[in-house]
Design a protein around this ligand. Structure first.
Ligand SMILES: Cc1cc2nc3c(=O)[nH]c(=O)nc-3n(C[C@H](O)[C@H](O)[C@H](O)COP(=O)(O)O)c2cc1C
Length: 346
C-alpha cells in the first residue's frame, strides 16, 4: 500500500502529505477492520524486546519522536504500526500557530527533512482532551517547551504549568530544552536556564504522589564539554534520562543536495540521515561518561534497522524515529524489531 501511495504523497507539499496521512489514520477509526488490518500487516511481534526503564514498561525500544503526533490525536492508530512508545508534543501552555507555511521541506537525495515549524501546537489543554477521550493503550511521553512569546527568563514557568496540567495523563515527560526552531536566537541552551527549568519541574514532581520520569531533550551536536554540564546537572537533579537530540542547525553532512536546492528551502533545522554519526557519538559519550547510570533515548538519523541496533550498542536504552518513518513507511518499526530479535536483543 505504501509503495502505491508514496509516489502520490511525495508529489504533495510535505506538510500536506503529513496531514493526508493523519486524515487517513482518522478515517481508519470508522472503517471496520481497517485498524485490525494495519496491525496484521505492520505490527511486529515484540516478544522478548520488552524492557522496564525508569519504572515504565516499554513493549519494545522503538518510539515515535516528538513533532509527528504533536497534539496527541493519533497515538492509538500509530501504535498499530508497532511503536513501543509515542512522544507527543512539543506542547506549550498556550496554543500557537507556529511559522508561516511552507515550513517543511524534503531533501530526498540525502534522506533528510528541513523544518521551521515554530512549535505549532494546539496547547496543553487540547492535548489533555485527546488523551482523556481516547484512553491511550500505548506508552505516552509528553514533550513540553515554552511558548515562543515567553522570554527566556520566564521559560521555567511554562514548563512548570504544562507538567502540572499533564501530570495525571502521561507516562513520562520530556523537557525540550533544545528549542532549535525558534526566532529567538538566545535559545535555551545555557545551563543556568536549563537548571532553573529542571528545578521547578522537579518541585512539581515532589508534590505529586506518583513520581513520573522526567527526561531532558538536548540539542543536536553539543560539544563534549556542554554534554558534561548536562550530565552533571542530570545526575545531581534526579533527571531520569536524556533524549539525544533534536534536529540540527548545521547542514554540513549533506552529500547530494545542491546548494541551489538548499537556497530554495531557506532557513530551518535538519532531520534525518545526515545526523546519524553525530547522534551516535553523543549517545556513546553520555552513556560512557555517566557510567551507564543515565538512560539515553537516541533520536537523530536512524534510517535503517542496522542503525537502530548501532544506537542500542552505543548505549541507548531506547531509540526514536521521525524522518526514518517518513522515508521508510509504515513497515519501518516492524523491520527494526525483526532485526533486533534476529540478532538476539533482549
Ligand atoms: C517536522 C518536524 C517537527 C518536529 N517537531 C518537534 C517538536 O515539536 N519538538 C521536538 O522536541 N522535536 C521535534 N522534532 C524533532 C524530532 O523529534 C527528532 O528529534 C529529529 O527529527 C531527529 O530525528 P530523525 O532524524 O529521526 O527525524 C521535529 C522534527 C520534524 C522533522
Amino acid at each position: 500500500m505504501f509503495k502505491l501511495l508514496n509516489p502520490i504523497l511525495s508529489l504533495l507539499p510535505p506538510e500536506t502529505a503529513h496531514k493526508t496521512v493523519m486524515f487517513c489514520l482518522k478515517m481508519a477509526r470508522h472503517i471496520p477492520g481497517a485498524r485490525a488490518a494495519a496491525r496484521i500487516f505492520h505490527k511486529p511481534d515484540s516478544k522478548g524486546l520488552a524492557r522496564e526503564l525508569f519504572g515504565v514498561n516499554f513493549p519494545n525500544p522503538v518510539g515515535l519522536a516528538a513533532g509527528f503526533d504533536t497534539n496527541g490525536e493519533y497515538y492509538n492508530e500509530l501504535a498499530d504500526y508497532g511503536f513501543g512508545f509515542i512522544e507527543i508534543g512539543s506542547l506549550t501552555p498556550k496554543p500557537q500557530m507556529g511559522n508561516e507555511t511552507p515550513r517543511l521541506f524534503r531533501l530526498p537525495k540525502d534522506n533528510a527533512l528541513v523544518s521551521r515549524m515554530g512549535t505549532a501546537n494546539n496547547g496543553v489543554r487540547y492535548a489533555i482532551e485527546q488523551i482523556k477521550q481516547r484512553h491511550p493503550k500505548v506508552v505516552i511521553g509528553a514533550n513540553v517547551t515554552r511558548n515562543t512569546s515567553t522570554p527566556t527568563s520566564e521559560a521555567y514557568k511554562d514548563y512548570e504549568r504544562s507538567v502540572a496540567m499533564l501530570y495525571d495523563f502521561v507516562d513520562f515527560f520530556v523537557l525540550n530544552v533544545s528549542y532549535p526552531d525558534s526566532h529567538d536566537s538566545t535559545g535555551l541552551h545555557d545551563i543556568v536556564t536549563i537548571s532553573q527549568i529542571v528545578d521547578s519541574v522537579m518541585n512539581i514532581r515532589r508534590y505529586n504522589d506518583e513520581s513520573l520520569p522526567i527526561l531532558l531533550k538536548i540539542s543536536h551536536g553539543l560539544s563534549h564539554s556542554q554534554l558534561d554540564e548536562i550530565i552533571d546537572l542530570s545526575l545531581m537533579s534526579g533527571i531520569d534520562g536524556i533524549v539525544a537530540g533534536n534536529a540540527a542547525h548545521d547542514r554540513n553532512n549533506l552529500r547530494n543536495t545542491s546548494g541551489k536546492a538548499l537556497e530554495k528551502v531557506g532557513e530551518g533545522v535538519m532531520s534525518g540521515a545526515p545526523l546519524f554519526e553525530s547522534t551516535l557519538d553523543t549517545v556513546r559519550y553520555i552513556h560512557q561518561k555517566s557510567g551507564g547510570i543515565l538512560p539515553v533515548i537516541a533520536s537523530g538519523g536512524i534510517m535503517t534497522p542496522e542503525q537502530a541496533a548501532q544506537m542500542l550498542d552505543a548505549g541507548a536504552s531506547l531509540i526514536e524515529v521521525y524522518t526514518g518513518f517518513v522515508y521508510n513507511g509504515p513497515d519501518f518499526v516492524r523491520k527494526i524489531v525483526k532485526h533486533l530479535k534476529k540478532r538476539g536483543d533482549k
